[in-house]
Design a protein around this ligand. Structure first.
Ligand code: HEC
Length: 108
């Protein structure tokens, strides 16, 4: 994995908050061993990524759209307040895995 220590430290509060977002988790979230990366997202994007207040839903994107959106954030092509910094912390294979977790599809 190519997640830098700094990125991990930045995401730590969300990882710690995420258990609150995991109650009533759907099938895709039941085996957290398969979807640990998503824990860094649900603190803002809500339970199961359904969206929360100002944070858009991220569970309704097709996997390829999810990956291309995250890549656009990473490259600075899509305007962002926080998402460019977050997207920089993930490799393409990790994004694909997250996309499948969020869409409920098998992760392989
Ligand atoms: C600190 C809060 C926060 C965290 C944590 C966070 N996001 Fe976001 N996300 C946002 C905000 C705010 C936006 C709107 C764009 C912006 O201002 O950066 C957004 C937008 C997005 C979008 C675009 C949705 C759309 O339809 O346009 C995607 C995809 C996304 N986030 C994925 C993720 C993923 C995956 C993670 C976990 C790795 C994550 N986010 C973690 C706050 C957050």
């Amino acid at each position: 994995m190519r997640i830098s220590l700094l990125a991990l430290i930045r995401l730590m509060p969300w990882v710690l908050l995420s258990p609150f977002a995991l109650r009533d988790a759907p099938a895709a979230f039941e085996d957290l061993a398969d979807c640990p990366l998503i824990l860094a997202c649900t603190g803002c994007h809500g339970d199961k990524g359904v969206g929360s207040g100002p944070f858009p839903a991220i569970n309704s994107l097709e996997p390829q759209d999810f990956v291309s959106t995250m890549q656009s954030f990473r490259l600075g092509e899509k305007p962002a307040t926080v998402m460019q910094r977050i997207a920089l912390g993930y490799t393409d294979p990790e994004l694909l895995k997250m996309a499948h977790c969020l869409s409920g599809a098998p992760s392989q």
